[in-house]
Each structure stands twice: as structure tokens, then as C-alpha cells.
Design a protein around this ligand. Structure first.
Ligand code: SOE
Length: 404
């Protein structure tokens, strides 16, 4: 049974430090912190990530977060964070309305940048970020977009199989990302339901993931979309004095929801393959259900985040008598990322995507090679998001069915 080699578990004390400064410390900040704390103790890296400072506006809360998440210092102004000499890389884990300002300033200050998805709230912001990343690349600075679901062993293995031609000519991609945390109409009005802060609702938050994953696995881009979006609950209780986020209790006063609750859209890839997507926060009973299936002329692949160590693969070249979807348990040392972890069959989790994201970013920084996904990749997803919203607003492809 393959055991992790000692060389795989680099403590890295002999490696040059890479000072990380993180802005934001809520769910994504906690997930990224886990990645930065762990990556140098599992992978043999060319640089040693150091959790230099975390930034948040509330001095007491960010100090507590620094202690809880393992950051050496706390800042209350992101401008002070990017000015620190011990910060080489700025990791942006804030709502989308601050991504562009922070990323562009950090790149200008000579820092590398990792920015959570979606890259920005608008195409214009994403374009400005991508231009700044292009200028910074000339100075050897790296800018990555944080689409973490590319970095599960199963999705990375699926990409390998598609690239090897195991599916043949791509015909279909169908992807859903289903959550249900807004099914309760009295769930309070948090930043995720405010277009100014979040840019969009389920579309940008969940739809961005399946757009990126579909294009990553297919190895090609969407050329066009046709969409429907809906806001099922148009008013919600305002938060009372708390920025408690998802779990805060709402007051009696209600305010408008200014983003989509759900988006359903079809797409055509540049090759002509067809796609369907669904992103919603109202799929009662679905907690974080990301599922994607690709159908090609030679076979099909399916992935389910609720069974994230597995792939379903159908080889259509097999005789019908024995063909069918079979399960690939993606825990072998030859599978992407797995050789640094556990022996076959032990499996990884959601949080490992952030460790792998950190690993790949450190290698890109050390080698000066373009990161994947880049800001340009994030811009392309932003363009698809904008096309979905434009299509839904035009309602052009929607044809009412005549009544009796
Ligand atoms: C939404 O609830 C969310 O936290 C997304 O913002 C993340 O990107 C996704 O990974 C989990 O769900």
C-alpha cells in the first residue's frame, strides 16, 4: 500500500518565506486559512507560506480571528495590509464589491494576488483587474482566481480523462449547484442578497463555480447562453445590528432583495456541444449539491460533490452487454494531489481544495508560470455571468406556451 513519502511532508523551514496577507475572515477566510496552515506540512514546496496578517474592519473580531485561524498579526485597513513588508501575497476573501479595488492596489504594490470567485461584480471591474494582472505579470507577479472545485482529485482526474480523449467528441455538459439556505422567507437580508455588495445572487455565487468547472473540464469556452432568472422572495427582514451573516436573526423591518434567487440557463460551447446549468438557493433538501456530467461520442463522466472522492465513468466503446457507468474511487497515488495524503481508500474533503489551491499557487509564484485559473479566466466567467443576466433581462428566447 502506497504510503506518503517523507519528502512529501515538507516542513519547509529551509525554504524562503512567502508572506501571506488575507483580507476577510468569514467562511472563505476560514477555508483559505486552513489551506495556508496545512499546505507546507503536506506538500514539498519551493516557498514556505507564512500567515503574516489577516485584515477586517472590526478590531476586536479580527484580532480574535487572527488567533483562531493562525495569523501572526491583525490589520483593520486593507491598505495597511498590502503595505506590510512581510506580505508578498494578498489573499482576497471579501464580498465582490471590494475585489477590484484591493486586487489592483495589491498588484500595483508589487504583491501576488489570490482573489475569491467570482472575480468581480461586473465585467468592467474584471477587465480592470485582468489588465492590472497583465501589467504585474511583467514584474513577475502572479494573480489567480479562486475556483477551488477544479482542485479536487476527482475533478482534476476528470479533466485528465477528457484531455486524453476518453469521451471523444463532446456533445453535452449538464451542471447544477443546488443549495437551500434561502428557502425560509424570513432568513434575513445579508450582503449576499444585496447587488451592490454581491454583484448577483445564486448566479454569481454558485453559477460561477459550475460555469468555470464546465469550461475547465470541457477544455473549451461557452460561446452563448439563453437564460431565466427568478427572485422568489423579494423582501426579507433586515439584520438587526449584527453582521452575523448567514445565521443572523432578522428584525421586523423588511428590505428588498436585489439579486436573483435562482438562475437556469442553457449554453452552446464553441465546438457546438450543448450545455444546461442550474444554480439555486431554494432547492429544499440540497445543502451544497454540485453535480456535473459530460457526455461525449466515446463515453460519459459524472461528478457529485456529495461523493467527492468518486467519479462515475461510462466507456461507450465497451460492448453493450458489459457497458455502463462504473465508479472510479479517486484515491490512488497516481490521481492528482493524492500522493501527498493518505493511502488508497481514505479520501479527502471540501477543505482539501483550498490546500491544493495554495499548493498550485505557491508553485506558480516560485516558477513565475501563469496560474490556472488566471484573472483572464475569471474575466471570461464574468462575461458568461453578464450574458446570462442580459439574456434573462431580454427574455428573448423565452416563448410563452399558449393557453387552452
Ligand atoms: C455559498 O453558500 C458558498 O459559500 C459559496 O460562496 C462558495 O463559493 C461555495 O464553495 C460554498 O457555498
Amino acid at each position: 500500500m502506497a504510503q506518503p513519502q517523507e519528502t512529501d511532508r515538507g516542513a519547509g523551514e529551509d525554504k524562503p518565506p512567502l508572506g501571506v496577507g488575507m483580507v476577510g475572515y468569514a467562511f472563505m477566510g476560514a477555508a483559505h486559512s486552513q489551506g495556508w496552515r496545512t499546505v507546507g506540512r503536506v506538500f514539498d514546496l519551493p516557498l514556505r507560506p507564512v500567515l503574516a496578517a489577516v485584515c477586517g474592519r472590526d478590531a476586536g473580531a479580527v484580532r480574535d480571528a487572527a488567533g483562531r485561524l493562525g495569523w501572526a498579526a491583525a490589520e483593520t485597513d486593507w491598505r495597511d495590509l498590502i503595505a506590510r513588508d512581510d506580505v508578498d501575497l494578498v489573499d482576497i476573501c471579501t464580498p465582490g464589491d471590494s475585489h477590484a479595488e484591493i486586487a489592483i492596489a495589491a498588484l500595483k504594490a508589487g504583491k501576488h494576488v489570490l482573489c475569491e470567485k467570482p472575480l468581480a461584480n461586473t465585467v468592467a471591474e474584471a477587465q480592470a483587474m485582468t489588465a492590472a494582472a497583465g501589467r504585474a505579470a511583467a514584474q513577475g507577479r502572479i494573480a489567480m482566481t479562486g475556483f477551488n472545485y477544479r482542485r479536487l482529485p476527482a475533478t482534476a482526474q476528470a479533466r485528465r480523462m477528457v484531455a486524453e480523449g476518453r469521451l471523444g467528441t463532446l456533445r453535452h455538459v449538464r451542471a447544477v449547484y443546488l443549495q437551500d439556505w434561502l428557502s425560509d422567507p424570513d432568513f434575513p437580508l445579508t450582503w449576499r442578497m444585496d447587488r451592490e455588495k454581491a454583484g448577483s445572487g445564486a448566479l454569481g455565487d454558485l453559477g460561477a463555480h459550475i460555469i468555470d468547472l464546465a469550461q475547465f473540464l470541457a477544455g473549451e469556452q461557452l460561446a452563448g447562453v439563453s437564460a431565466l432568472t427568478e427572485t422568489f422572495v423579494r423582501e426579507r427582514p433586515r439584520l438587526q445590528g449584527s453582521s452575523a451573516g448567514l445565521s443572523g436573526a432578522g428584525g421586523s423591518e423588511r428590505g428588498p432583495v436585489t439579486v436573483d434567487d435562482a438562475a437556469v440557463f442553457t449554453g452552446r460551447f464553441t465546438s457546438g456541444a450543448l450545455a444546461s446549468f442550474e444554480a439555486t438557493r431554494f432547492a429544499a433538501g440540497r445543502k451544497n449539491a454540485l453535480r456535473i456530467e459530460l457526455n461525449g461520442s466515446l463515453g460519459s463522466l459524472a461528478f457529485d460533490l456529495e461523493r467527492l472522492n468518486e467519479l462515475s465513468f461510462h466507456d461507450h466503446t465497451e460492448p453493450a452487454a458489459t457497458a455502463g457507468f462504473r465508479r472510479i474511487l479517486v484515491t490512488e497515488p497516481d490521481h492528482p494531489y493524492v500522493d501527498a495524503w493518505w493511502p488508497p481508500g481514505h479520501g479527502l474533503g471540501y477543505e482539501h481544495t483550498f490546500v491544493h489551491q495554495a499548493r498550485d499557487l505557491v508553485h506558480a509564484i516560485a516558477s513565475g508560470s501563469p496560474p490556472e485559473p488566471s484573472f483572464a479566466d475569471g474575466l471570461q466567467v464574468q462575461r458568461v455571468l453578464a450574458a446570462v443576466e442580459e439574456s434573462a433581462a431580454k427574455n428573448s428566447s423565452y416563448t410563452a406556451v399558449p393557453g387552452p
